[in-house]
Design a binder for this molecule. Structure first.
Ligand SMILES: Nc1nc2c(c(=O)[nH]1)N[C@H]1C(S)=C(S)[C@@H](COP(=O)(O)OP(=O)(O)OC[C@H]3O[C@@H](n4cnc5c(=O)[nH]c(N)nc54)[C@H](O)[C@@H]3O)O[C@H]1N2
Ligand SMILES: Nc1nc2c(c(=O)[nH]1)N[C@H]1C(S)=C(S)[C@@H](COP(=O)(O)OP(=O)(O)OC[C@H]3O[C@@H](n4cnc5c(=O)[nH]c(N)nc54)[C@H](O)[C@@H]3O)O[C@H]1N2
Ligand code: SF4
Ligand SMILES: [Mo]
Length: 744
């Protein structure tokens, strides 16, 4: 491979061409043009104005990730006789990509403990098993969900569970942006981005923290390019030098891509020690004070608690700050100067900030910096968590959360005619722990891959195996379906995806914009296929479990009536009821702040002191190795390759990081030398939960002391080290020892 100098560019176009000119090409084009939101990320491209249009009505906004997701959904069905021939232990040999390539689920299956194969069953048997499994005591049933399903399905899922008396609504956001939701809610009274896409376009500075947007939110890059083009500044904060954050070639700017090889992105690129962002932001605050760049009038008028935050920054020594984050004082001062002298600054972040042991503190420290510079509550400025799954935010809005807002709680109680249970629900990590302790009888998974998304795959597998019945509702096979097996019955139920649903549905983007998805048709519909819509499945189950009163679940099979209930019970969603008629997509009320009046009781932003993290490194003996074993301790960040969507691998390599396959560790060249290794050597990587052998060393743009590996494979290595304030695991700060030869 020749070394890439730009993100995006030719490889992306090649992928587009390969896919759209393939035999599947016509279906891909038709689907791209279908009026529905992109399946892949929460940037929210697509919808009523056509598949290529973003929320500001601009064209040419569909990226290769979207094509990748569609192509996977357009695969043929797994043949009807497949599971009578292939044994479970053979399926367990498949890797993530091979699982996905089996094709689409199109008929219900069951794996009964002790059998050697999955078996096809009828929907009637499914409903019998599922209803009796869900009739267990409410604290012993649980759901897990992933943010690809519609608002309507999400709403029904939580309504069903609340009606059954359970608050156990774990969701993938617990592993993802929970610290953003919790932290922002404390500061501003609202847990989502306060910046709309239009707002972002007015910024003259973006601070992008812990995000690999070129791979995971590619169309955000167009906005960064436009901001640079008008003279704005982009500060990147990331321990890893992501090539696409330095320079990016976007198909939306073809001339620049061709003539100049792409557009410059970063004005300033800071590579802190993983997990140390609070120290960097406290340093920025300290420097803002020292450079006299505070907005004191703003702080006095619109915030509470600011003096303690300023005092903490002033008192914390530069020595502590620089030792914790590993950056020079001058670099931090430069960042502070850019932020303090820009007119409108957007602070955007993703998993580098949230997947930390102090994720909520990280979010608070970013919000504090925004407030100190008066950059919250005006057009072109504010805090912007970049959400993951295409409808993960909608799931939260619909009440699929263990932190239900009081207003929704009351509205649902009224709808159900009784108060909701006051037993606190399990979030995702609490669910795994509860299952491991034998406290869960039944688990209903609306999408996702609970097994492979969690840290410590050994524990995840063990925990799931203590649950009597697991019901997986899915479009395509994944590792969890073959490794995350229940004690008695594991069911797999095939459903339509977003562009196939027989009825209109809606989704919510990370920028709080609600999209209407037109009905569609599946290429799988026909002779042997038995797919259902998620809405049909949930309402059928609810009807069988709960009868017709006080809710007529059968009527809710028509999604129009679900939207009526959403209008009644979900704040800010009033307009959804009329959407099907008007086709008008809308921004949710009460989320975008263009005035510094926030959704807290006092309307002022609440500021919280963010203590510097105490980051320590284990020793080799902590991993059970003699101290004189050649090798080194590194902090591993785990994340996505360019060619994967979460636990689903589409292509094994990552061209931009020059990682040719999944079993690589990306390291700084000085660490490679310090450990006595050479590039491409195979080594062993050991964490506190497991070992991976035969891992190839790749030299790359990591800061010294930090390394990077792909998930889900790396999830075997480490135990869950969770942020006590949000329950989110520190996937981005995993101490490991890297050493040569065979595992010891
Ligand atoms: N193509 C594609 N798109 C996706 C997804 C996908 O898998 N594939 N997943 C979707 C989902 S659910 C999500 S949540 C998002 C994820 O989107 P991202 O959050 O962009 O993805 P990650 O790969 O987790 O990497 C985040 C970045 O954090 C950096 N980082 C690691 N540690 C630190 C740290 O301590 N501090 C800072 N400042 N940075 C750090 C890493 O180097 C990396 O560049 O993408 C969504 N979109
Ligand atoms: N080490 C490490 N672990 C991580 C992370 C990390 O950065 N590092 N990131 C975490 C993050 S941010 C997240 S969000 C989680 C992701 O965790 P999950 O959301 O649980 O996992 P996915 O891989 O996105 O789930 C993919 C599956 O969803 C199903 N699916 C797709 N579309 C639909 C649909 O329309 N309906 C239904 N019912 N099913 C559908 C398909 O069967 C597919 O195989 O992983 C987390 N785990
Ligand atoms: S940026 Fe995200 S929403 Fe937009 S087309 Fe790409 S994957 Fe889809
Ligand atoms: Mo995520």
């Amino acid at each position: 491979m020749s070394e890439p100098t730009t993100g995006g560019g030719l490889p992306v176009l090649q992928y587009w061409l390969e896919q759209t000119l393939s035999p599947q090409g016509l279906s891909i084009w038709q689907t791209l043009n279908h009026h529905s939101a992109c399946l892949s990320c929460a940037w929210g491209t697509g919808g009523q104005k056509g598949g290529f249009v973003n929320e500001a009505g601009e064209y040419l906004q569909r990226c290769a990730k979207s094509v990748e997701a569609i192509a996977a959904e357009l695969q043929p069905a797994i043949p009807p006789n497949f599971f009578s021939q292939v044994k479970l232990n053979e399926l367990q040999q498949l890797n993530s990509q091979q699982c996905d390539r089996l094709g689409r689920w199109s008929y219900p299956l069951i794996y009964r403990a002790g059998a050697d194969k999955y078996q096809r069953i009828s929907w009637e048997e499914v409903y019998q098993i599922a209803t009796s499994a869900l009739r267990q005591p409410p604290e012993r049933i649980a759901s897990y969900s992933s943010g690809r399903s519609s608002n309507e399905a999400a709403y029904l899922l939580q309504l069903l569970f609340r009606a059954l008396g359970s608050n156990n609504l774990a969701d993938c956001s617990d592993l993802c942006h929970a610290p953003s939701t919790i932290g922002l809610k404390q500061v501003f009274g609202s847990g989502t981005s306060m910046v709309s896409l239009e707002g972002l376009q007015h910024a003259d500075c973006v601070v992008l923290v812990g995000s690999n947007a070129p791979a995971n939110h590619p169309r955000l890059m167009n906005e960064l390019i436009k901001i640079r083009d008008k003279g704005g500044k982009i500060i990147i904060i990331n321990p890893q030098l992501e090539i696409g954050l330095v320079k990016f070639a976007s198909p939306a700017f073809p001339i620049k891509s061709l003539l100049k090889g792409g557009s410059e992105i970063s004005t300033l690129y800071l590579q802190p020690i993983p997990g140390s962002d609070v120290a960097l932001f406290v340093g920025i605050q300290k420097s803002l004070i020292e450079q006299n760049l505070l907005k004191t009038d703003y702080l006095q008028a619109y915030t509470e608690g600011y003096q303690a935050v300023l005092d903490y920054a002033a008192q914390t020594s530069w020595a502590d700050i620089t030792a914790t984050c590993g950056l020079f004082q001058e670099e931090i001062e430069e960042a502070a100067y850019i932020i303090g002298t820009s007119g409108r600054v957007v602070f955007a972040w993703a998993m580098g900030i949230t997947q930390q042991r102090n994720g909520v503190h990280n979010v608070h420290s970013i919000a504090n910096t925004a407030l100190i510079t008066g950059n919250a509550g005006k057009l072109g400025a504010g805090t912007m968590p970049i959400r993951g799954h295409s409808n993960v935010q909608g799931f939260g809005s619909m009440g699929v959360t263990v932190h239900l807002r009081a207003e929704i709680q009351q509205a649902l109680a009224q709808l159900l005619g009784h108060p909701l249970s006051n037993t606190p629900g399990y979030d995702t990590r609490a669910l795994i722990e509860a299952a491991d302790q034998g406290k869960i009888d039944t688990l209903f998974c609306l999408g996702g891959n609970l097994y492979a998304a969690n840290p410590d795959l050994t524990q995840a597998q063990r925990a799931l195996s203590k649950i009597d019945t697991i019901i997986y509702v899915a479009t395509k096979p994944n590792l969890g379906h073959f490794h995350g097996l229940a004690k008695q019955n594991t069911l797999i139920l095939p459903v339509f995806n977003r562009f196939e649903n027989p009825q209109p549905t809606t989704t919510e983007s990370g920028n709080n914009f609600v999209r209407l998805n037109d009905p569609g048709r599946s290429h799988l519909q026909g002779a042997n296929a038995e797919l259902v819509s998620e809405v049909e499945l949930l309402t059928e189950l609810a009807d069988r479990l709960l009868g017709e009163t006080p809710i007529n679940w059968r009527k809710l099979q028509d999604t129009r009536y679900v939207r009526k209930l959403i209008t009644k019970t979900i704040p800010g969603y009033q307009q959804i009821e009329k959407m099907e008629k008007t086709k008008e997509e809308f921004t949710i009320d009460g989320r975008i702040f263009t005035e510094p009046k926030f959704a807290t009781p006092s309307q002022k932003a609440q500021m919280f002191v963010t203590p510097l993290p105490k980051l320590s490194l284990p020793t080799k003996s902590d991993f059970g190795l003699p101290e004189d074993v050649p090798g080194i301790i590194l902090i591993l960040g785990t994340g996505r390759s360019y060619g994967q969507h979460n636990t689903v691998v589409y292509r094994p390599y990552d061209k931009y990081r020059e990682m040719p396959h999944r079993h690589c560790i990306l390291m700084n060249i000085n660490d490679i030398n310090r450990g006595g290794f050479s590039e491409h050597q195979r080594v062993t990587v050991k964490g506190d939960a497991g070992i991976l052998d035969n891992i190839e060393i790749i030299a790359g743009g990591m800061r010294e002391g930090a390394a990077f590996m792909f998930y889900p494979e790396a999830n075997i290595l480490f135990k869950a080290d969770i942020d006590p304030d949000s329950g989110t695991p520190a996937y981005k700060r995993v101490p490991v020892v890297v050493y040569g030869g065979e595992s010891q």
